[in-house]
Structures are given as C-alpha cells and as structure tokens.
Design a protein around this ligand. Structure first.
Ligand SMILES: [Zn+2]
Ligand SMILES: [Zn+2]
Length: 243
C-alpha cells in the first residue's frame, strides 16, 4: 500500500468508525447508562446504571496517547496492557507488515490530536469491531478501546447477591466441587459478553451431565450448586486448569 493509499484507507476507516459508534450508541442505548468500568484482565468494558451492568463489551486496547498527546502507543507495545486485552492486535500489526505501513508495524507513532481516533479506526476496520471507546488512562493520556463484541447484560445481572468479601454482586453458579477446589478443569460455556459468568461444574459433575446431554429433571437434582458473587467466580476461574 502506498502512503497515498494508506491515507485514503485511514480516511475511510474514520468514517466507518463514526458510523459504527452511532450504531452502537443507538443499538445499545449507551446514553442511558451513566457509568462504565473496564477490566483489562478480562478484556471487557461494562456500562452500568444503578449498580447493574446493562451492556457488556469485549474489548481490545487499540492503543493510547501519552499525557502530552504527542505519541501514540499501540496496545501490543504497552507493557501495562494484559495479554488478553491486546491479543487480537497482532492482526493489525501483521496487516501493517504485509502492506509495509510503518505506522502500523512499529510500536509507537508521533501523534497529533487526530492520531488516536485514526489509529483506533484502522484497528476497528481490521478487527471488524463494533465501535470504539476513549477514556482516561491511569497515569495520564487516553486509552482507546475497540469493541470486538457487544451485548446487553444477561437478565441474571439485574439480580444481586450479598457477598461477605465483595459486597453487592451478581449471582453466579458453580458446582460445590469447584467452590471447594477451583484448581481443576471447569466444564462450562466460554465466558462471553452476553454470558460473562457461565454456570460451571467439575469433571465428576460433567459425567452426570453427559448421562443426559443436558441438565434436566433426572440428573439436575444430583448437581449440587452453590451461588457465588461474580467477583468470587472470576477469582476462582483464574485458577481453572485447562481441560
Ligand atoms: Zn462438581
Ligand atoms: Zn464475592
């Protein structure tokens, strides 16, 4: 790609991102959720009202600008960004290398006030994102996130449990064996924006599950389930052993 072609590509990407953000704002009524919080370890951004998650986005950190706004640093080149929050950014770098675009292939780019959105728009285009979000970066500068998936929070997220360790949280369901010892294989759906804390059970309980291929009135009563707050769930899930 010549530098002129890249300029054109970038220009188109910025327009496409403007459209995507409009769609995300309308489709997920983002103006109605006054608060948000991100969790880079989980690579997620949650829009909140009344302490209840309303919309959950899976994110990639496209990158950030520094406090002076003079440098753009790609997510893959930022030691403060956990692997999960930038794992797909390699696709952007690979595109930059393939097309010989130095701005996309290096770790940092000299920035002006448009660079952050421009680079983010390119990342959104390559990752086929749903939109993008900008917020303050701890320590100065701005983070730019690309939404790679977005969903309304599950109904379950409107219910709450009181956790002795974490206060008010969202109910999650684990078999008693995982609660007692989380460092074993977890059987569950993959966590996803629409279902960030899928019900999970252990290998023993999975044998019971497989007898019916589902949980129903015959095998369901044999599963002993405990309710945990979502923070307890996330802490335990980190201990899970791959199947
Ligand atoms: Zn179990
Ligand atoms: Zn808890």
């Amino acid at each position: 790609m010549t530098s002129q072609e890249f300029e054109h590509y970038r220009h188109e990407a910025v327009h496409a991102l403007t459209d995507l953000n409009e769609q995300a704002e309308n489709g997920f009524r983002l103006a109605e959720w006054p608060r948000w919080s991100y969790d880079l370890e989980a690579a997620s951004l949650v829009f909140v009202r009344d302490n209840v998650p309303r919309v959950i986005a899976a994110i990639q950190v496209a990158g950030s600008t520094d406090a002076e706004g003079k440098t753009w640093r790609w997510g893959w080149a930022d030691a403060a960004v956990p692997h999960k929050a930038a794992e797909r950014m390699d696709e952007v770098r690979a595109f930059g290398e393939r097309e010989a675009i130095p701005e996309l292939a290096g770790g940092t780019v000299p920035a002006d006030e448009n660079t952050g959105w421009e680079m983010t728009a390119i990342a959104a285009r390559i990752l086929e994102g749903r939109g993008a979000f900008r917020c303050a970066r701890p320590g100065g500068g701005l983070y730019y996130f690309v939404y790679t998936a977005m969903a309304f929070a599950p109904e379950a997220a409107s219910a709450t449990v009181e956790c002795p360790a974490h206060g008010r949280g969202f109910p999650t369901y684990l078999c008693e064996h995982l609660v007692a010892d989380a460092a074993q294989p977890w059987y569950s759906d993959e966590p996803a924006p629409a279902n960030p804390w899928p019900d999970a059970w252990c290998r023993l309980c999975d044998a019971i599950y497989l007898e019916e291929g589902e949980w129903n009135e015959r095998n369901g009563p044999r599963l002993r389930v405990k309710v945990l707050c979502h923070r307890c769930y996330e802490a335990k899930r980190k201990l899970a052993v791959p199947i």
